[in-house]
Ligand binder design. Structure first.
Ligand SMILES: [Zn+2]
Length: 109
């Protein structure tokens, strides 16, 4: 069964909203400019043991939480039945086929 881009993006959003809350998820893409790309943004709370200093990059606890969340979100997305993305061949020397899906996670200030 084939699903449209709009339906697919809705499914992704629904899945992620269940997990992270409706104010913390945005799913864009598929039409217009960067054709075929889907961009997912997720905003999460700081970890309890965060030790970020002002005006510095994320601390290691934050980095860890960002990575874990990104992996988790990818798993949730790929677990959706019939989910499909456009692919591109990356120029990494192996010509690996990569999905046009970009998951970005940020820590809320
Ligand atoms: Zn931190």
């Amino acid at each position: 069964m084939e699903i449209t881009i709009t339906q697919r993006n809705r499914l992704i959003k629904k899945e992620l909203v269940n997990k992270y809350g409706s104010y913390n998820v945005s799913v864009i893409g598929g039409r217009g400019t960067a054709t075929g790309w889907v961009e997912v943004h997720i905003y999460i709370e700081k970890p309890d043991d965060c030790c970020c200093l002002e005006n510095t990059p994320y601390c290691s606890q934050c980095m860890k939480k960002l990575n874990v969340t990104r992996d988790e979100a990818n798993k949730l997305i790929y677990a959706i039945p019939n989910i499909e993305f456009y692919t591109y061949y990356s120029d990494d020397g192996y010509n690996s086929e990569t999905d046009c899906l970009l998951v970005q996670v940020s820590i809320k200030k």
